[in-house]
Design a protein around this ligand. Structure first.
Ligand code: PMP
Length: 359
């Protein structure tokens, strides 16, 4: 049975890779890409000089901030919207609205993709995020609804509300569609189909470790599911901000350590200046690749802030908060493995949309 599963998944991967490469070849034939969607993906892998020299390892960052909407979420938004179109749920230029509950990046990518493909976007966000994200969403023509950050068990929590709003729109011609990035398979699958094969082509089996944080977990699962079976020695490390429950889940298989439960942090709320990663529940996208995580690193706000300033000073690299957390954890992985290893991490977005909070 496992041989059959292996053969089928091998064939699927080959087909997906062929389709992806075929698209790239078409671009090479014409010399141009088709619309904003065509700018998504194929991001470079960059050696981070300062961290590589300091550790004696090769620390590589996948420059996802170069996507047209400024983050890795462009890939996911494109796949979610495209899948809903293919399923006949979203029909371009008929007034359909894509709803999403997000801390920002996914909303910005959905707003952009919705415009590009003839839909509307309605984004529901907690009201404590960096101001420039709300402004960007409005400029992209999305309807923005800010709500108080409350527990996931509250019906007014931003993700729950996005689902309710989509349902309120009904399923007629001008229907609402709940993008549901936390549970939607189109999220991790897009990283499996694009981000992961790109990394494999760029560095392949020379890679010793993959280090990244999880918000929905889509990036982590997509990358781990593709890369681990292909690179025997590969270690996958989770980078987790303080206040997130994933670290304890990976290390001790409990969502909350006793000292955290007794602390000031509220259950289901991640109290950190880091935006986009760290969560206190298990999502479908995280669960898909959870079994492939080897170890986890805790990263404090202070460490992330210091790392972000260091990278500007030493490398001229201006990153957002989750990328800074990833870089702190990449250095920890380098120290754990020792000099001479190749470590890949994700540079999810730039510092530009983190000016008013993290920076
Ligand atoms: N970095 C940023 C800036 C993000 O917005 C997100 C997604 N919320 C992530 C990292 C984490 O990606 P994923 O959802 O795939 O775990």
């Amino acid at each position: 049975q496992s041989l059959a599963v292996g053969l089928i998944s091998g064939a699927t991967v080959t087909l997906l890779l062929t389709l992806w490469l075929d698209r790239r070849n078409k671009q090479e034939e014409t010399g141009y890409v088709d619309g904003v969607d065509g700018l998504i993906g194929n991001t470079p892998l960059m050696r981070i000089r300062s961290l590589s020299e300091a550790t004696g390892c090769t620390i590589l960052g996948k420059a996802e901030f170069l996507n047209p909407g400024g983050s890795a979420k462009d890939r996911v938004a494109l796949n979610i919207v495209r899948s809903a179109e293919e399923a006949g749920i979203l029909k371009p230029h008929t007034g359909c609205t894509v709803f999403e509950g997000t801390v920002g990046s996914t909303g910005i990518s959905i707003a952009m993709i919705a415009r590009a493909r003839g839909h509307k976007a309605w984004i529901i966000m907690p009201d404590d995020q960096a101001q420039e994200k709300y402004q960007l969403l409005e400029k992209l023509g999305a309807t923005v609804e800010k709500v108080r950050p409350v527990s996931i068990i509250d019906k007014n929590q931003f993700v729950n509300l996005a689902k309710t709003r989509a349902e309120e729109f009904g399923d007629g011609e001008t229907r609402g569609y709940f993008a549901n990035q936390f549970e939607n398979d189109a999220n991790y699958q897009m990283h499996y189909e694009t981000t992961a094969p790109e990394i494999y082509q760029q560095i392949g089996s020379k890679m010793d470790a993959l280090v990244l944080g999880a918000g929905t977990g889509g990036t982590l699962s997509g990358l781990a599911l593709y890369l681990k079976p292909r690179i025997d020695k590969l270690k996958v490390f989770l980078a987790d901000p303080l206040g997130s429950g994933l670290f304890n889940k990976v290390k001790y298989n409990v969502m909350y350590a006793p000292q955290e439960r007794e602390g000031t942090r509220k259950r289901h709320q991640v109290d950190t200046v880091v935006e986009g990663i760290g969560i206190n529940r298990l999502t479908n996208n995280f669960n898909m690749g959870r079994h492939l995580i080897d170890d986890a690193f805790r990263v404090t706000d202070e460490e992330a802030v210091k790392m972000s300033r260091f990278l500007v000073r030493e490398d001229g690299l201006f990153l957002g908060s989750s990328s800074a957390v990833n870089c702190v954890a990449a250095v920890r992985a380098a120290r754990q493995l020792g000099p001479g290893h190749v470590i890949v991490t994700l540079l999810n977005d730039s510092g530009q949309r983190h000016l008013t909070k993290f920076w």
